[in-house]
Design a protein around this ligand. Structure first.
Ligand SMILES: Nc1ncnc2c1ncn2[C@@H]1O[C@H](COP(=O)(O)OP(=O)(O)OP(=O)(O)O)[C@@H](O)[C@H]1O
Ligand SMILES: [Mg+2]
Length: 355
């Protein structure tokens, strides 16, 4: 068990509001990823859940129980920190054993737990080593093992992979997914890396300046963003966003553009000129300047499987209606399903008809 509910959480440091009226539910057993730019309040939120940096106001429930006044040690939560603090003068085994000794777990039980946890994170053959004789990834696993051995109902992880090089990070990512599948415990994982978030999460919680922008599965966050912020945070390069004459915005993802020498029947089409071309292997990234219509001189990014376009060449930039997103003047999404009139107005505006 490990369902987490936050209700109307506020957190201020002096005069600075860091979290404002935050509401959140994380289901039992879910791999939740909290993502957002540096300083948006991720660590602050994690510390509130862990009980090491209480909220200024609001309520926190774990498995239906109000725990705001419960000591961190009593919450059955383990936290892996941004700079995993493992003890350099203790062996791997000593590091994993430390918390168990503190909790007066009997020796035989300790041995059994250490063996089990070491096995599951692949540290069995390193138990006698000191941390300075381990790689970054192995040290990371020690920090994980130390959290796991307490058998918590919730794991909080604050950018646990940030000290690893890119290749190791990718490897550890899939190890964490496997670990989660095995443990079936609630994970709350913090990162500022959208790719990490997309690849690991059951549910993504996207934050900006202490406010949750959207909580949804990676598929929904990508396909059905609530606002311009979410649309542009997820996906590389970012979604193209262009202003419409009626004060709204139209958006389309670089990978949904058809770039063709000849005009086709697509709903949206403008002439463009290739400004830069970056061949990335399977795909090619083009920066394209629009040279016709109301968005003349604006540039958009296009990701194409066709590497054949050259800088200076002209082409058609085309997008199907189903791949266009509309946002209002407050940068909130206009969905056809719930704002049919506004949606229709944007479609007509884009077509150059009276809005
Ligand atoms: N003890 C503190 N006193 C004053 N301000 C603080 C304190 N701790 C955090 N803050 C401020 O609160 C805001 C949120 O900080 P937090 O550490 O939660 O961000 P974060 O999203 O974890 O960022 P990062 O990705 O850089 O770790 C920041 O503006 C930070 O400066
Ligand atoms: Mg942080």
């Amino acid at each position: 068990m490990g369902e987490i509910i936050l209700k109307n959480i506020n957190k201020t440091f002096g005069n600075t509001k860091v979290l404002e009226d935050l509401n959140l539910k994380i289901n039992d057993g879910e791999f939740a990823v909290l993502v957002g730019a540096s300083g948006c309040g991720k660590t602050t939120l994690l510390r509130i859940i862990a009980g090491i940096g209480p909220a200024t106001s609001g309520e926190l429930f774990i498995d239906g129980e109000e725990v705001s006044d419960l000591a961190p040690g009593k919450r059955n939560i383990a936290m892996v920190f941004q700079n995993y603090a493992i003890y350099p003068n203790m062996t791997v085994k000593g590091n994993i054993e430390f918390g168990l000794k503190n909790n007066h777990v009997p020796k035989a039980e300790r041995e059994r737990l250490i063996a089990e946890v070491a096995e599951s994170v692949g540290l069995t053959e390193y138990l006698k080593r000191k941390p300075n004789a381990l790689s970054g990834g192995q040290r990371q696993r020690v920090a994980l093992a130390r959290a796991m051995v307490k058998n918590p109902k919730v794991f909080l992880m604050d950018e646990p992979l940030s000290n690893l090089d890119a290749k190791l990070r990718v490897a550890m990512r899939s190890e964490l997914i496997e670990l989660h599948n095995k443990l079936k415990t609630t994970f709350v994982y913090v990162t500022h890396d959208q790719v990490e978030a997309m690849s690991m999460a059951d549910t993504i919680i996207l934050m900006n300046k202490g406010v949750i922008q959207q909580q949804a599965s990676p598929e929904v966050i990508y396909d059905d963003p609530n606002n311009v912020f979410t649309a542009q945070f997820i996906g590389t390069p970012s979604m193209n966003i262009l202003p419409l004459k009626n004060g709204s915005f139209v958006g389309y993802r670089p990978e949904k553009v058809g770039l063709t020498p000849e005009e086709t029947e697509a709903f949206y089409k403008v002439r463009g000129r290739i400004i830069t071309r970056e061949m990335l292997g399977s795909e090619t990234l083009y920066k394209v300047q629009i040279i016709s219509g109301e968005h003349q001189n604006e540039t958009v990014m296009v990701k194409s499987l066709d590497s054949g376009f050259q800088e200076g060449q002209d082409a058609w930039v085309q997008v199907a209606l189903k791949h266009l997103y509309f946002f209002d003047g407050k940068e909130q999404r206009i969905r056809e399903a719930d704002r049919a009139e506004d949606y229709g107005a944007c479609v007509r505006c884009l077509k150059g008809e009276e809005a």
